[in-house]
Design a binder for this molecule. Sequence first.
Ligand code: NZQ
Ligand code: ZN
Length: 386
Amino acid sequence: MLNFEFKNPTKILFGKGQISNLANEIPEGSKVLMLYGGGSIKQNGIYDQVTAALKGYEVVEFGGIPANPEYEILLKALEVIKAQKIDFMLAVGGGSVIDGTKFLAAAALYEGNEPWDILAMRIRTEKGFPFGTVLTLPATGSEMNSGSVITRDATKEKLSMGGPGLFPRFSVLDPEVIRSIPARQLQNGVVDAFNHVLEQYITYPAGAILQDRMAESILQTLIEVGPKVMKNPNDYEAASNFMWACTMALNGLIQKGVPTDWSVHAIGHELTALYGIDHARTLAIIGPNLYKYKFENKKEKLAQFGERVWGIQEGSIEEKASLAIEKTLVFYHDLGVQTKLSDYTSEYQDTAQFIENRFKERNWVGLGERQDIQPGDVFKIVEMSY
Ligand code: NZQ
Ligand code: ZN
């Protein structure tokens, strides 16, 4: 096991009815900026629950944060924070609203001139503006981690940021929010969380027995409850397990003491930036091909994944590893998620070259758990994904 430090300060309020308790977590007398997305919360009752819980606070609203939170829109929210002298932010939404709020938490205290530099120059946020979240869509884990991914449409970029100042002070996880989530977003949630575990697990053996078993148990839980939630979003037991599995997949715990990959995400973000493909679907496109391309590096963990998660008992390490990739593809297809770039766009022909060039320009050399994925490898992986 590798050395590590671990601190996760986010308080979780989990379960039915917990939205009503959120005021206990916000300092008395605060002027609160409530941030949300395209308006789903106004149809499903979450808006009413949150505003009722915020009674007694002065509340300013900022709605309209789109999926793949857009920089230019967030700059407008930044003006509101400053002009209205906001003390606390409350994100009510999925990963996009929460990530947008994290960007604001960094930008509100940033002393440079151009907040985009936080992303372009990878400036870590040590101290952030305080915020909490009400999660409406289990998927990203953003509700209990300190990462954020922001889109800039003008330049077709989608870049990550983070730092210890960006953990939410608290997050409310009420599994009943799942009842109104459309099938497409439920599919995305299962596939995103599944890939978060894979990025921290399909690497090489590091003698971290407990972390491996925690990762495998999250994968098994997603395989078990994902289809149940898809079939019946009112199934509270399935919904609660789905929600907690998504949070546990990316709250930092399973990555401690082990090598991590994250190259599937780095490449996938380019596909969202270029074509607007939902984040999770980009992972379903890239992941299996990256595992085929880096097969020699990853075959031991792939075989372990095959044995323990997919129940493959027969065959050599190579056979188990290959079958594990195939079973993963079948899982995505059964959920209704397509796995080729050409399933999503007909304009894919120059994608591999474009991404290779971009990674070269950014000097993104040496991705993956062994830092051995070069831009030329990225070209080949993307080309395999057509
Ligand atoms: O905009 P609204 O009206 O809220 O509708 C949203 C949106 O259209 C809808 N939705 C959310 N909760 C709902 C609901 N509809 C009905 N009922 C509900 N209860 O779902 C749509 C998608 O929402 P979004 O927040 O975009 O989805 P998700 O949570 O999958 O977030 C994706 C974003 O997170 C980033 C992705 O790159 C992407 O930008 N990620 C963030 C990570 C992190 N911070 O740790 C890690 C991930 O790997 C990922 O990169
Ligand atoms: Zn993801």
